[in-house]
Design a protein around this ligand. Structure first.
Ligand code: 3PG
Length: 306
């Protein structure tokens, strides 16, 4: 019986693990669990005899692939797969997949949780502002960006988006204003929400010049990746522009420096965007189904290292 290892440094809700087990067992697969591990050695030992893995933001590098002699497939239960070394996976003959869209709503809802918190001055008792009528810029119009746009309309926000890989017509057909560049998005919008993946092209791209284009009182919200932020430059800008706020679900390396800004910055202690029972069930169970279909029929839909 092939074994699926659920390796989650940040565990799924129990209902999601139960759901994964049900799908796996129906497909004749065995599930083993490694949760809240603290040492890489634990991961290396756990992968030794498994054929499949379900992971979250867990780092899967060449050393892990070397240790996982029987591994055929890794499914990242979530959207971003920058934590998996795709070249090493391919070199080891391992298929890597993600589960796009499955946790998008959870991330999108957190955007608004953090935004209300920010515009109400982090609940410090002083008069803040409302989101209604404000211009929201969505950078990258994928599954999360679309959900953010949908929810923003409920707040009566004026919604803009830019996506280098999505035609303006597709954005506009959702009743969202498409702008022609990233620069324009930051220039126009009082609130900008980041949904770009961490790639060679986007790393450090959110920098002094770009964020500096935001109108007075701008709020930047990051539920994407910390790697897309040029931290020293953002910090410098926020020291100079005392009107700007930054709220993030991915703690910066220089969290202590950002905290010194006093009341204009907030980071969750651990990435919480996809940390809901619903998102865990959706992404975890989808991952289990993808693994079952892979072993049954060789299905490679959602493979990201083709
Ligand atoms: C994703 O890429 O799906 C999100 O960032 C969620 O990541 P997580 O599973 O580590 O919470």
């Amino acid at each position: 019986m092939a074994k699926i290892l659920i390796a989650t440094e940040k565990p799924f809700a129990k209902v999601a693990v139960d759901g994964i087990k049900e799908v796996a067992e129906t497909a004749g697969l065995e599930v083993v669990l490694l949760e809240k591990y603290t040492e890489k050695a634990q991961l290396l030992a756990a992968v030794a005899d498994v054929e499949a893995m379900i992971i979250r933001s867990d780092k899967i590098d060449n050393e892990v692939f070397d240790a996982a002699k029987n591994l055929k497939i890794v499914v990242r239960a979530g959207a971003g797969y920058d934590n998996v070394d795709l070249e090493a996976a391919t070199a080891h003959g391992v298929v890597v997949m993600n589960t796009p869209g499955q946790n998008s709503n959870a991330v999108a809802e957190l955007v608004f949780g953090m935004l209300v918190f920010a515009v109400r001055n982090f609940y410090n008792g002083k008069a803040g502002t409302e989101l209604k009528g404000k211009k929201l810029g969505i950078l990258a119009y994928g599954n999360v960006g679309r959900r953010v746009a949908h929810i923003a309309k409920g707040f009566d926000m004026d919604v803009y988006a830019y996506d280098a890989y999505c035609p303006a017509a597709a954005i506009e057909s959702d009743g969202v204003k498409a702008v022609s560049s990233q620069d324009e998005l930051f220039e126009q919008c009082e609130v900008v929400s980041l949904h770009i993946p961490a790639t060679a092209e986007t790393r450090q791209s959110i920098n002094y010049a770009l964020v500096g284009k935001m109108p007075k009182g701008g709020v930047l919200v990051n539920t994407a990746r910390k790697e897309v932020i040029n931290e020293p430059e953002l910090l410098k800008l926020m020291q100079e522009r005392t009107d700007l706020k930054y709220v993030t679900d991915i703690m910066p390396e220089t969290d202590a420096d950002f905290r010194m800004l006093g009341g204009r910055y907030f980071s969750t202690p651990k990435k919480m965007g996809a940390q809901t029972a619903e998102a865990n069930i959706n992404a975890g169970v989808a991952a289990a189904h993808q693994i079952a279909a892979f072993f049954k029929d060789g299905c490679t839909k959602y493979q990201v290292n083709k």
